[in-house]
Design a binder for this molecule. Structure first.
Ligand code: NDP
Ligand code: GDR
Length: 321
């Protein structure tokens, strides 16, 4: 039986990846940091099937301990301060938790069991300012937020450990991916939650920032499969994971509101306080390499994704009344 350790298991991707690995017969361990109140919403249904190990990315001994307990064949390093907007107000912490901590993980692997296969959650945010469209593995990075700068560090240190020590380390450059388990502050979930609550008479307006930003949005359930595929190859490598389509925040809003029969213009208010100090105007990924070498593909379209999220939030907020 293969064993995997997932950091960030309570997050969106961690929960889908845990489900995928369990379905493939893995023994799954999750690194779980201490919180004052429980945050198991995404993994409640998995708690009797996985083993949680207490630890924090910034606490090196706890990472060594987690590797010793789980003795994994594969590590998926998904934990991070992942909300771009907050990275301007928590810039030092984001640098530590999203960037430098990757070296903590890699050193823990190198010093305990260097043949562990290691996946690093890199991000399309690293492309930042548009230098090339669509963005592919060879497109230069131009990060536009403290989060993105930290991810560039995490990306290159992952490549560096592969080149310096011959370790099996892969970096997945994933474009935005969403689901009903997406954190409430990210724009897709903020919109689908508001649409559901407005439809149910629980909310009157939706305040948003930049409606013109464009993103390549896919479904998280499809994207965790790419992570697993990367660690099953003969040789480690880096891959762009994206749909190859881009849509604006405005299109997202239009689709979500019209799905429940509402006119978005009556409810959406643009709030300058929600504009970012530096914006990433357009992301559009080229997933050719992943399709050809990994045989990876997306199953859920943009519209299907938004409808899935609206349905889920309608259900959730109708029942929370
Ligand atoms: P989430 O924000 O949903 O999850 C982040 C996870 O990291 C949570 O489990 C969180 O724990 C954990 N975490 C945060 N800080 C620490 C820490 N110091 N020590 C231990 N655990 C910590 O992110 P996603 O699931 O959406 O994304 C997974 C990864 O992929 C992240 O690294 C993200 O930056 C990256 N990524 C995401 C994309 C996306 O579109 N979703 C696209 C590209 C990259 P807790 O629950 O306690 O907060
Ligand atoms: P992003 O996702 O920054 O791309 O990072 P987010 O959903 O936060 O923003 C997407 C775009 O929407 C615009 N926007 C708003 N965003 C939020 N959150 N709230 C608003 O009210 C709002 N109004 C407009 C933003 O300006 C932006 O252009 C996500 C995270 O998951 C990262 O961890 C990951 O690396 C990248 O995706 C790829």
């Amino acid at each position: 039986m293969k064993k995997a350790l997932i950091t960030g298991i309570t997050g969106q991707d961690g929960s889908y990846l845990a489900e995928l690995l369990l379905s493939k017969g893995y023994k799954v361990y999750g690194l779980k940091r201490r919180t004052a109140t429980p945050n198991f919403e995404n993994i409640n249904h998995l708690l009797d099937k996985i083993e949680l190990i207490s630890g924090d990315l910034l606490d090196f001994p706890s990472l060594i301990n987690a590797i010793k307990i789980s003795d994994p064949d594969e590590i998926y390093n998904l934990a991070a301060q992942s909300f771009v907007a907050d990275s301007w107000v928590q810039s030092i912490y984001t640098g530590q938790a999203t960037g430098l901590s990757v070296t903590n993980m890699l050193e823990a692997v190198r010093l305990t069991k260097p043949n562990i296969r290691f996946y690093q959650a890199s991000s399309s945010e690293m492309y930042g300012k548009v230098l090339e469209i669509p963005q592919k593995e060879t497109t230069p990075f131009y990060p536009r937020s403290p989060y993105a700068v930290a991810k560039v560090y995490g990306h290159w240190i992952t490549v560096n450990y592969r080149e310096s020590y011959g370790m099996y380390t892969c970096s997945g450059i994933l474009f935005n991916h969403e689901s009903p388990r997406r954190g409430l502050e990210f724009v897709t979930r903020k919109v689908t939650k508001a649409v559901a609550r407005i439809k149910l008479g629980l909310q009157k307006e939706l305040r948003l920032g930049n409606l013109d930003a464009k993103r390549d949005w896919g479904y998280a359930g499809d994207y965790v499969n790419a992570m697993w595929l990367m660690l099953q190859q003969e040789k480690p490598d880096d891959y762009v994971i994206a749909t190859g389509e881009t849509h604006s925040v405005k299109e997202l809003v239009e689709i979500a509101f019209s799905y429940v029969g509402l006119d978005w213009k009556k409810y959406v208010v643009q709030d300058p306080k929600l504009m970012r100090p530096a914006e990433v105007d357009i992301l559009l990924g080229d997933p050719h390499k992943a399709k050809e070498k990994l045989g990876w593909k997306t199953e859920v379209s943009f519209e299907e994704l938004i409808k899935m999220m609206v349905d889920s939030d309608l259900n959730r907020f109708a029942n929370s009344n």
